[in-house]
Design a protein around this ligand. Structure first.
Ligand code: PMP
Length: 391
């Protein structure tokens, strides 16, 4: 029998995070602590859940318009304006998606011709490279550096640009490093994007999780960038709504019209119940965000201090809910370190290389876990590195 499969898909590796956590679940050991998954440990705020439930009791169990409920698009448009100074027409420039995940896929599929290059600064979220490939594009990776605070620098972007470059895919606050980019970092990037006639897909799903006293800045808000940018955001992180599968994209009409076609044929619409809950989240969820952000910040500070006290270099993550300690001095690869840590101390973290080769020498530790678990986990790391140093 000939292969029923698309060879492109067959060759695509599965996610490095999943691979690692398959081992964890096979161990089936209640003593194992996992700091691996990038998912809030908070429940969705009750008033948001109630709106979902209420929509069901009212029989709102039908498809929504393809682009999403009008009331939700209106709220998204208002929120982007209120928080980030972005102006998008809710009728033609906003689309509700099945998580930020779908928005990334659809944006790339709408923008790439076969062979177009997508510039991806790494370490990066695991779906970017595969989504670029699935959309017919060619990923071109920029290795970010710890000494640059894992921010994208203009010199590195310029060096990566070729005749085939089309899209720059960025994600700040960042998964896995926790890095942010401030306005002064984004400006030279925006200038290069305009100079070389590129477009940006900006995954801002962690925009509410910024622990500095400055607000998150979207690259789309810089001069000349609105027309070149697809902004991606969602509800999973800010409102602890991962399972509802709700996200959105905002883009100039010319790009959005094509994205909407793909969404229409592949998805139809995002879940209606989730959309009703989403309206409530955007309308009244700010205090919930504040509460969760304060708790994450508390945990972040705790982790940074523990690593400092242990003498493990840890870049000062200022956003999202990850820290990215540098374990290179122990002479193990990040994969070996994570595997030994799991087997000897029953602690699961993600090797930095799951996010690209430049993650080597690092671990990604999610602090979307209770402080109690984080304390126990850090004690285990401390014991583990004491053992390594004594070898
Ligand atoms: N982008 C980044 C950077 C993420 O970390 C995640 C979730 N881990 C997503 C997008 C997708 O989130 P969702 O589909 O749940 O909105």
């Amino acid at each position: 029998m000939r292969s029923p499969l698309n060879s492109f898909i067959e060759e695509l590796p599965s996610s490095g995070i999943r691979k690692f956590f398959d081992i964890v679940s096979e161990m089936n050991d209640p003593e194992v602590i996992s700091l691996g998954v990038g998912e809030p440990d908070f429940d969705t705020p009750w008033h948001v859940r109630e709106e979902g439930i209420y929509s069901l009791t009212k029989g709102k169990t039908f498809y929504s318009p393809n682009a999403g409920l009008k009331a939700l698009r209106d709220e998204i448009s208002r929120l982007l304006d209120r928080k980030y100074g972005l102006s998008y027409d809710p009728d033609h420039e906003v689309m509700v998606t099945v998580g930020g995940s779908e928005a990334i896929d659809v944006a790339l599929r709408a923008m790439l011709d076969p062979g177009d290059e997508v510039i991806i600064p790494e370490p990066a979220y695991v779906s970017y490279k595969p989504c670029a490939i699935l959309a017919g594009g060619v990923p071109r990776v920029i290795d970010l550096r710890n000494e640059d605070d894992f921010r994208l620098r203009a010199r590195d972007l310029e060096a990566a640009i070729t005749d085939r470059s089309k899209v720059l895919l960025i994600n700040y606050p960042n998964n896995p490093t926790g890095a942010i980019m401030e306005e002064e970092d984004l400006r030279p990037i925006a200038e290069l994007v305009i100079k070389h006639d590129l477009f940006v897909v900006s995954d801002e799903i962690y925009s509410e999780l910024n622990y500095t006293d400055k607000k998150h800045v979207s690259i789309a808000s810089l001069p000349g960038m609105r027309e070149r940018t697809v902004v991606i955001n969602g509800f999973s992180k800010a409102y602890a709504m991962t399972g509802w599968r709700l996200g959105y994209a905002a883009a100039p009409r010319r790009i959005m019209a094509q994205m909407l076609k793909i969404h229409q044929y592949a998805i139809m619409c995002a879940p209606t119940t989730a959309q009703y809950a989403g309206i409530e989240a955007l309308k009244n969820g700010d205090p919930d965000i504040e509460e969760m952000r304060n708790e994450y910040d508390h945990r972040r500070r705790y982790l940074l201090k523990r690593f400092r006290d242990m003498g493990i270099g840890c870049f000062e993550a200022k956003g999202a809910f990850y820290v990215f300690p540098d374990i290179s001095r122990f002479g193990l690869s990040s994969d070996e370190f994570a595997t030994e840590l799991l087997h000897s101390k029953k602690l699961a973290v993600v090797p930095g290389t799951a996010f690209g080769a430049s993650g080597e020498g690092h671990l990604r530790i999610s602090y979307a876990y209770s402080l109690k678990d984080l304390k126990r986990a850090l004690d285990r790391i401390e014991e583990f590195v004491a053992g390594l140093s004594a070898r």
